[in-house]
Design a protein around this ligand. Structure first.
Ligand code: SAM
Length: 231
């Protein structure tokens, strides 16, 4: 068991390095503990279809970590529809200097995510059982409370089409600079063609170590508001 743990963590560290990330042994160990907790709870609560150690390593851990280079200077990050905690939990482990709010509409999934946050002592992550549409942040005219400030980035994996995502994320993000990082499989051409006005998309193919499947990251940013024409 010890050898299995060591080999798994070594593969994780090597995979993360391929993604440009230097993971500390402590962080790899936290991911290992998370994998164990996920497999154990998944026997009782339906959290994921992928629950072999190999599958968790690639499909959950490395796939989640593949977006770290695209978080930029983001400090406040929201993971919408985190399910069993992906990509939010591996990102919170890998980026202790950023703050994460993980939300999901399903109570039993968030119960697991909270349990994992407590077990791993992740001081930079919070979990809330709420749908994104129902999460209330102060309007721009309110004096912002620090813990309720808007987010720099919304991350999502396997949650709805881009158009509806933009609709729910808009009010949660910093008005001018907030970005959406949507993790997709194949190039989502139809969804990209159907983007709401005012947003533009950058498509980034992702190479996840040891994962044969196609992966794309869609980075959505706001277009500049149209310049006023002077007469
Ligand atoms: N992101 C996780 C992953 O990739 O493993 C889970 C993906 S799962 C297919 C989609 C999750 O999004 C479900 O757990 C669902 O409850 C949640 N969800 C969908 N729409 C949501 C919304 N508007 N607000 C909060 N959660 C949402």
């Amino acid at each position: 068991q010890h050898a299995e743990a060591a080999a798994w963590q070594a593969r994780l560290i090597a995979g993360a390095r391929q993604l440009g990330l230097e993971m500390q042994p402590r962080q790899a160990e936290q991911c290992w503990l998370l994998a164990g907790l996920l497999r154990e709870r998944n026997q009782h609560v339906n959290l994921t279809a992928v629950d072999t150690l190999d599958g968790i390593l690639t499909v959950h851990m490395l796939d989640s970590l593949a977006i770290v280079p695209h978080l930029g200077a983001a400090h406040r990050v929201i993971d919408i529809g985190t399910g069993g905690g992906f990509p939010g939990l591996p990102l919170a482990i890998a980026c202790p200097e950023r703050e994460f709010l993980l939300i999901d509409g399903t109570q039993k999934k968030i119960r697991f995510v909270q349990e994992a946050i407590d077990a791993l002592r992740l001081g930079n992550a919070r979990a809330e059982a709420v749908r994104a549409e129902q999460l209330s942040l102060p309007s721009q005219t309110d004096v912002p409370r620090v813990e309720m400030a808007r987010f720099d980035v919304a991350i999502v994996r396997a949650v709805g089409p881009l158009r509806s995502l933009v609709a729910v994320a808009t009010k949660l993000l910093e008005p001018a600079t907030g970005r959406i990082l949507a993790m997709k499989g194949k190039r989502p051409d139809a969804e990209l063609a159907d983007l709401p006005r005012g947003w533009m998309a950058e498509l980034v193919p992702l190479a996840v170590p040891d994962l044969a499947a196609e992966r794309h990251l869609v980075i959505l940013t706001r277009r500049e508001p149209p310049q006023r024409v002077r007469r």
